[in-house]
Design a protein around this ligand. Structure first.
Ligand SMILES: Nc1ncnc2c1ncn2[C@@H]1O[C@H](COP(=O)(O)OP(=O)(O)O)[C@@H](O)[C@H]1O
Ligand SMILES: [Mg+2]
Length: 339
């Protein structure tokens, strides 16, 4: 996909701002100039959520009641879209796609965006939930109908909570049987995507001459899911919450350097970026050309490796819209927007 333009109103520090984008855009500016906010608004119009906050009201400019974001872009099939999303502090929202009322999932399904932000170091260094989210988002981008599998699984978890509260063992047995196909699908697809991402990451390490190795480790697949689910019921009834399922799976990402030692913080943030590049590459291989948004793309990465990152980006056909604090050493092949 390609984003042509973005207009925002009352978004974070901005009253009004309109931008047009070429294929490789570097947003620079001082701390607090609004670089992350611009990228956040772009992600927001494509996904209906933020990569920085779970409370959407945080994005409304202080002392204002509402915000509005609009964008013109081409989707994976080269169809041009105009999306707009506005909402106010009372929770009233208006989403339009090509002039018609739309849902968040409509715009999510039309857009393919891979975002990387400094927070993503948690994919390497953080809890399993961050790794699950990373894989699940990658699956969704390869196959948008995975959205409904996730929605169905979440609704199972909600119903399960109610049955556990009511001590309804028969209901739980019935519900467990119904959820099996969703669990199987999530577990299987996570395994496939993890393998593919691992493979591509290895290739990128080689291309960048990085002496690192990476492994994504998922729990062994259970032979009999129904038996496993049902074996937990008595304990779950005591505890009042679910004890088994892909929403709890422990996923590990192990990265070692050449000497088999663990890696530094700087290297971890580099790895999280490379994992996102691998996601973009994987999508390219499937014929899905995603937009890459990279907030503070270089962060603490050293000069040599940051040069490697920038030249890696220029080998890809995808549109890159990234932010970077340094506006001094301008790179060729990038269009600069200084805030
Ligand atoms: N809801 C808001 N209303 C007004 N200003 C905000 C809001 N949220 C954040 N800001 C301010 O917006 C400015 C830009 O933030 P940010 O986009 O993170 O800058 P950068 O990424 O360039 O360092 C900061 O000074 C921040 O305090
Ligand atoms: Mg920032």
């Amino acid at each position: 996909m390609r984003v042509n333009s973005l207009s925002i109103k009352n978004f974070r520090c901005f009253n009004e701002l309109s931008l047009t984008f070429s294929n490789r855009v570097m947003i620079t500016g001082k701390n607090g100039s609004g670089k992350s906010s611009v990228l956040e608004s772009l992600y927001f119009i494509m996904n209906g959520k933020s990569f920085r906050t779970t409370d959407l009201n945080d994005m409304i400019k202080d002392d204002e009641d509402y915000l509005f974001v609009e964008s013109n872009y081409k989707d994976d099939f080269d169809w041009e879209h105009n999306s707009s999303f506005g909402f106010d502090r009372d929770g009233r929202k208006k989403i339009l796609q090509n002039g018609e009322a739309a849902h968040r999932k409509d715009i999510m399904k039309a857009a393919s965006v891979v975002v990387h932000s400094p927070e993503d170091i948690k994919i390497v260094d953080g809890p399993p939930s961050k790794k699950r989210d990373f894989l699940d988002r990658a699956i969704f981008l390869t196959e948008k109908k995975f959205y409904s599998t996730v929605v169905n699984y979440k609704s199972y978890l909600k119903q399960k909570k109610i049955l556990l509260r009511n001590g309804n063992k028969n209901g739980l047995l019935y519900l467990n049987r119904a959820v099996i196909p969703y669990i199987e699908e999530i577990v299987k697809k996570r395994q496939i995507i993890a393998q593919n991402i691992e493979k591509i990451t290895k290739k990128i390490f080689e291309e960048m001459s990085l002496p690192l190795s990476l492994k994504i480790i998922l729990p062994d697949q259970d032979e009999n899911i129904e038996e496993k689910l049902n074996s937990k019921i008595d304990k779950e009834l005591l505890k009042g919450y679910s004890l088994y399922g892909p929403h709890l799976d422990i996923i590990k990402i192990i990265v070692l350097n050449r000497r088999g030692k663990s890696i530094s913080m700087g290297e971890k943030s580099l790895i999280s970026l490379i994992l996102k590049f691998a996601e973009v590459q994987l999508l390219n291989d499937l014929g899905i050309e995603s937009l890459f948004i990279g907030d503070d793309i270089i962060g603490f990465i050293d000069a040599t490796r940051s040069d490697m990152i920038f030249s890696y980006c220029t080998t890809m056909e995808n549109q890159f819209i990234v932010s970077h604090i340094d506006s001094e050493n301008k790179k060729s092949n990038w269009e600069y927007i200084t805030l």
